[in-house]
Write a protein that binds this ligand. Structure first.
Ligand code: NAI
Length: 319
């Protein structure tokens, strides 16, 4: 059954990603309990969320149908794990990316949860078979991997453990849609899931092209931001093929020989170190010096761009 907005969710870990989840769930009208092992983190998170939501409301980018004050009223901090998860329909784990730490937390949750709540991990690269091994409630567990910054980049990869119940995936899929995210089903676990596998394929060839002296680091980035990225915000690589000929089969017919010829020339995995790393680093620092202030300013600029892109996508592709 679909979650209703009267239901509560728990967010465990109130760092960067936990804060975003709390805002998204509140945007969907859910009551949110925000827990952290560090009390100060919860206090900081609540203050930070308040500021963010006010800014979002001012710029017309606040999600959901409730105002900022109403959404803020839905979020409360919590210093007791059992209390945080009590009566919730969904628990979103957002603690640091450390297998032992996460396993410990899920073992703890395993002892206190009922047979109904969904246990969901935000992990970027830990596999469900490792995370949820041996849990009594393994059927209720899955990975829901967001993309940074989740408030503006809606994709969530849902990755089941081999023993995850189909209902767990279905319910999480529906919940993600309810809060305005765009879930995809990864049908079986694989290292890197889908997003990072594709991202690493791109990074890898980008690195080889720079390493081989084919293109400068700055120009390489523009191949994506002014080229491929323009359409990838709206259509994926497969639909791109479909549209760039008279349908997919026609594309394969016309271009498969050329693609295979080029693909054969790809080099081995880069080391991402040494002189090439130094060269790429220096090139990046020309545009964005790597001190905290410049990095933060550039991230803020990026998030502003993504916010406007998200608005545009909402206008051209009503859901
Ligand atoms: P973070 O370091 O900003 O926040 C982690 C929080 O967990 C901290 O507030 C910490 O006090 C708390 N914590 C530590 N141990 C805890 C425990 N036992 N119980 C409760 N809270 C505890 O980390 P961030 O960036 O928010 O990442 C969280 C998860 O999200 C990681 O698994 C990460 O891989 C994943 N993720 C991160 C993305 C990113 O770009 N930062 C993107 C997608 C996923």
């Amino acid at each position: 059954s679909a979650a209703s907005a009267a239901d509560g969710v728990a967010v465990v870990g109130s760092g960067l990603i936990g804060r975003s989840w709390a805002m998204l769930f509140a945007g969907g009208g859910f009551r949110v309990k925000l827990y952290d092992i560090e009390q100060q983190q919860v206090a900081d998170a609540l203050e930070n969320i308040r500021k963010e939501m006010k800014l979002l409301e001012q710029s017309g980018a606040l999600k959901g149908s409730l105002g900022a004050e109403e959404q803020l009223a839905l979020i409360s901090g919590c210093s007791d794990l059992r209390e945080a998860v009590e009566g919730t329909v969904h628990i979103q784990e957002c603690v640091p990316e450390n297998l032992e730490l996460k396993k410990q937390l899920f073992a703890q949750l395993d002892e206190i949860v009922d047979d109904h709540v969904v246990l969901s991990s935000s992990t970027s690269c830990l596999l469900p078979s490792k995370l949820f091994a041996g849990l009594v409630h393994v059927q209720q567990c899955l990975v829901a991997h967001p993309v940074n910054p989740p408030y503006y980049v809606p994709l969530v990869e849902l990755v089941p453990h081999p023993e995850t119940a189909p209902e767990t995936v279905d319910r999480t899929y529906a919940l993600m849609q309810q809060v305005g995210q765009s879930p995809v089903r990864i049908l079986k676990e694989i290292d890197g899931f889908a997003l990072n596998r594709i991202q690493y394929a791109i990074i890898s060839e980008a690195w080889r092209l720079v390493e081989g002296g084919v293109v400068s680091p700055g120009d390489l980035d523009r191949v994506m931001s002014d080229g491929l990225g323009m359409r990838y915000a709206f259509i994926g690589p497969l639909e791109t093929m479909h549209l760039n000929a008279e349908g997919m089969l026609s594309y394969c017919d016309r271009y498969s020989e050329g693609m295979k010829r080029v693909l054969k020339t790809f080099g081995p995995n880069p080391e991402f170190s040494g002189a090439v790393a130094e060269k790429v680093h220096q090139a990046m620092c020309v545009k964005v010096p790597d001190d905290p202030e410049h990095l933060a300013a550039r991230r803020e600029w990026r998030d502003g761009c993504l916010m406007r892109l998200a608005k545009l996508k909402g206008q051209v592709q009503p859901l």
